[in-house]
Design a protein around this ligand. Structure first.
Ligand code: GLA
Length: 417
């Protein structure tokens, strides 16, 4: 099952590190592309590609676009919001990205290409419109049923791409979503839906959407699509994907639950079915876990025990011995919550996995906070402790965001046999 808001682990036992992502399906496999984040800075560290047969088990393919030796994706740059589409007329995979300096004052939309889905991609430089680079930042991509490719831009600009996808050829919509970032589009029964976040840096906000009968419009503002005040289930939209399930197509919202500065370890994914009805999208309810094969909610099954641990003292923690193959921790994330260090050791005292999770969210949430990778059945001890470091950052105007404490609070443990 797909578990929201906890780190996912790949075939190497490392976190699935693909943020601001997009998803493609090819020959029965899903390919996830995203920002390969680090735990201490925001510099471009590459775009990653992972693949999966089921959206649950992920294989690391490679860094499909590594930092370049120089130029727009070279040293001293950031790289964000990678989007990939296969161009139907050339068969080439085309990658779009936001390139910028470390202060976000030199935005460019750039392009790279590859003959294979999993790269490596060759960086081509800025994407142009009427011969000029596009100096914008957050972007999304959309491929219409007839194969035409579109580039979506913050504030609600939409460009139609050339037949080879390498140039922006026509601007089909302009400023239809003032103040909107992280655009993501889907089509349902001939209606186009466009989602955006507001501008709160790595903090979540109540994302909104618009709908239209054609890409040129008219676009109608449709308000929030997740429960109002949930800050989009504490996430920011990045992409929409239509899954084929046993009971028909299911549109899926894909969002980021960012965690600055420890994004590689503790930023997570929130993916949920999206309902389209009467020109509106909705996520009626947050599901901690669900099954992408059916589009229905799910729960981890195991032996549950109560736990009562809450502390904000750096280094304070709890040891949880367990026998089984997997362990999950359930607790509260809240505005004064922050990072915890998790380590699992085997019967010989050797560490089998370790990492960081976060107990921060602006809107409190009770649910899964950590779910371990699957381990060979045995006796283990999980140790979780307060890191004592808030999850905090400033936006480009110096405004402070993030946690107001360092608390870790747990109330249940679930052991899977
Ligand atoms: C917003 C954007 C992200 C990133 C952060 C940086 O969340 O959507 O892509 O640029 O701001 O603060």
């Amino acid at each position: 099952m797909l578990i929201n808001g906890v780190p996912w682990f790949d075939d190497r036992g490392r976190t699935v590190n693909a943020h601001g992502a997009c998803l493609l399906e090819e020959n029965g496999r899903y390919y996830l592309f995203g920002e390969y984040k680090s735990d201490d800075e925001n510099r471009f560290a590459g775009f990653s590609c992972y693949s999966s047969p089921d959206l649950v088990n992920w294989r690391f393919e490679r860094i499909v676009l590594p930092p370049q030796a120089g130029g727009l994706m070279g040293p001293g740059r950031i790289g964000e919001r990678v989007k990939v589409m296969k161009c139907p007329s050339t068969g080439t995979y085309v990658m779009y990205m936001h390139s910028d300096d470390l202060h976000y004052t030199d935005p460019h939309i750039c392009v790279a290409t590859s003959e294979t889905i999993d790269g490596e991609y060759t960086f081509a430089g800025p994407l142009t419109f009427q011969g000029e680079p596009i100096h914008r930042w957050d972007l999304g991509s959309f491929q219409d049923d007839d194969g035409t490719g579109y580039l979506l831009i913050h504030e609600g600009d939409i460009y139609r791409l050339s037949q080879d996808y390498l140039v922006a050829e026509e601007q089909v919509a302009r400023q239809i979503a003032r103040g909107g970032e992280s655009p993501a589009m889907l089509k349902h029964d001939g209606t186009y839906f466009l989602m955006f976040s507001h501008k709160t840096s790595w903090e979540s906000n109540d994302n909104f959407h618009l709908s239209a009968p054609a890409l040129e419009g008219p676009w109608t503002y449709q308000g929030v699509f997740a429960p109002d005040g949930s800050l989009t289930c504490n996430s920011q939209c990045t992409f929409a994907f239509t899954l084929r399930t046993g009971s028909g197509p299911v549109h899926m919202y894909m969002g980021d639950r960012w965690s600055f500065p420890r994004q590689a370890s503790a930023a997570t994914y929130v993916w949920l079915p999206l309902h389209a009805e009467n020109d509106r999208l909705s996520i009626p309810q947050y599901w901690g876990a669900w099954d992408p094969a059916t589009g229905r909610p799910a729960e981890l099954m195991g032996n549950e025990a109560g736990l009562d641990f809450s502390s904000d003292e750096p280094g304070q923690g709890i040891d949880i011995p367990f026998t089984g193959t997997r362990v999950a921790l359930i607790g509260q994330s809240r505005p004064d919550g922050s990072y915890a260090r998790v380590e699992i050791t085997d019967a010989n005292g050797a560490a089998v996995t370790s990492g960081y999770v976060t107990f921060y969210s602006k809107v409190p949430d009770h649910g899964y906070r950590y779910v371990s990778p699957s381990l060979p059945a045995g006796d283990f001890v999980l140790t979780i402790s307060v890191l004592g470091e808030p999850s905090e950052w400033s936006n480009k105007h110096g405004e402070r965001f993030g946690s107001v404490g360092t608390r870790l609070s747990l109330d249940r443990v679930l052991v899977i046999e």
